[in-house]
Design a protein around this ligand. Sequence first.
Ligand SMILES: [Zn+2]
Ligand SMILES: [Zn+2]
Length: 134
Amino acid sequence: MLFHERCRKLLKQKRLHYPKKCIPKEEEKPKEEVKYFQCSFCVFKQPYEYFGRNPPQIKNYILLEDAYVIENPFFPPKKGKVIILGTHCIKCRKSVCKDVNCSVYFDGTYCIQCAKNNLQNFPPSVQEKLNRII
Ligand SMILES: [Zn+2]
Ligand SMILES: [Zn+2]
């Protein structure tokens, strides 16, 4: 199905009802481009469905930080189960996955490099964990 990018957004927000207002244009790209999340620190690469704090799949809460999200394939659809693929490091803004070797969460996600550079800012328990990785 062809929609204008803008119309697609409106459709998602239920502010536009197909097909009354959106007239698909032939010259537009026939397929929706698949967007990929790629970790800057390992080979992890996955298509993602949503980036932000408020994924459409979950209703009752918002995420603590902007994240790359997909619906959890191990649960039936529309159950509000999501998988967080990764996010951006709060220091260097590089994309980083949730693997323990790539990132650490402490009041925000740090990539392993920034965690290393800011080691003294973490409490001893986190430092200890980090020392085992780096
Ligand atoms: Zn990674
Ligand atoms: Zn970083």
